[in-house]
Design a protein around this ligand. Sequence first.
Ligand SMILES: [Zn+2]
Length: 167
Amino acid sequence: MVSADEVMAWLAEVSDPEIPVISIIDLGIVRSVGWEGETCVVTITPTYSGCPAMTMIAEAVRAKLEAHGVPAVRVATQLSPAWSTDAISQAGRAALAAYGIAPPAERAIDISALHGIGRGRAASPAVACPMCGSAHTRLTSQFGSTPCKALYQCLDCREPFDYFKCH
Ligand SMILES: [Zn+2]
């Protein structure tokens, strides 16, 4: 039987359909890999509720594992705990930046836990321009090229760019 680590390594070759430069492993959406008899069960958390890419991701996962000789594949969806941009790996953040998508702002200090109100996030994080690095940017649309991204414009170099939304 194939180990879960081996399956994870194969899944690292599956790209996110919306952002081809990042794998679903670097995106942090693969929660677990397990076996139910002969069936390999891959548990995935969507980046965005109702994200239309999920169907494509499930099909890509199935195709990849079948190509490696896995007899049966089931893609399960786990909604809780919700995916957050914190799950993106360092390699994934670098790939997003190289692709011209502002990597999600990392939370410096999350004080919300101290107040017992769960994981809060700033309403509008400072987003740095991936072209020139300026923090002088503005949100132009809540929805960028896909529902998972917001559209920003840099006020210094005037370049519009996608921002991978925090959830
Ligand atoms: Zn700029």
